[in-house]
Design a protein around this ligand. Sequence first.
Ligand code: ADP
Ligand SMILES: O=c1ccn([C@@H]2O[C@H](COP(=O)(O)O)[C@@H](O)[C@H]2O)c(=O)[nH]1
Length: 202
Amino acid sequence: MLIIGIGGGTGCGKTTVVRQIINQLPPEEVGVISQDSYYKDTSHMAYDERVKINFDHPRAIDFDLLISHLKDLRGGNTIDQPVYSFVEHNRTKDTQLTHPRKVMIVEGILILTNPDLRDMFDIKIFVHADSDERLIRRVKRDIAERGRDIDEVLDRYQSTLKPMHQQFIEPTKEFADIIIPNNKYNTVAVDIVRTIINERLS
Ligand SMILES: Nc1ncnc2c1ncn2[C@@H]1O[C@H](COP(=O)(O)OP(=O)(O)O)[C@@H](O)[C@H]1O
Ligand SMILES: O=c1ccn([C@@H]2O[C@H](COP(=O)(O)O)[C@@H](O)[C@H]2O)c(=O)[nH]1
């Protein structure tokens, strides 16, 4: 199994890049795991408490479960991937049965911060977009898709997103084998990654 880790700050375009990469690739051969599915279960907390969680700190992620699921897949076993709700700020009761594939892509803001997880990646990619561009995208996306309002997004940006990005996420760029500039749509970089995957599949 080829495991590709794709990191980078919120709004840099990780999910979009992954969609572009797997588009035109056979779905039975290439799978995706999102770090977002592995936010810790906080069902024991009230919504008002959950909203205050710092979701941009590595301790918010259940890395043990993510690593163990990746090992299961690598060993040829299926996993029940948690399903996350950004609206509820919590895992749902659903899970998604995920089969092992020849190529697995793991994407998320903090996936390159954990040394054990990092060691499992055959290829490490960091998607870069400038912070103003990321903020604009985040505001638009979170209002359109994640049930937020402008004040909420901007407050979170100032209180946690920006400092956590500087402390934890930006420094992981140095671990990357490939850095994809993504201020604009980068079809050349996407084609290069797809070529690497196609070589593995052929
Ligand atoms: N290169 C790009 N140029 C303009 N908008 C983009 C680009 N890449 C992604 N977007 C948009 O920005 C928003 C955030 O992108 P997304 O892929 O969800 O980022 P991430 O997964 O890194 O948080 C989405 O609405 C997406 O359509
Ligand atoms: O319950 C939650 C969990 C996370 N977030 C925010 O999501 C982003 C990570 O997702 P991207 O798709 O990479 O942007 C992170 O910055 C968290 O602040 C949230 O709002 N609520």
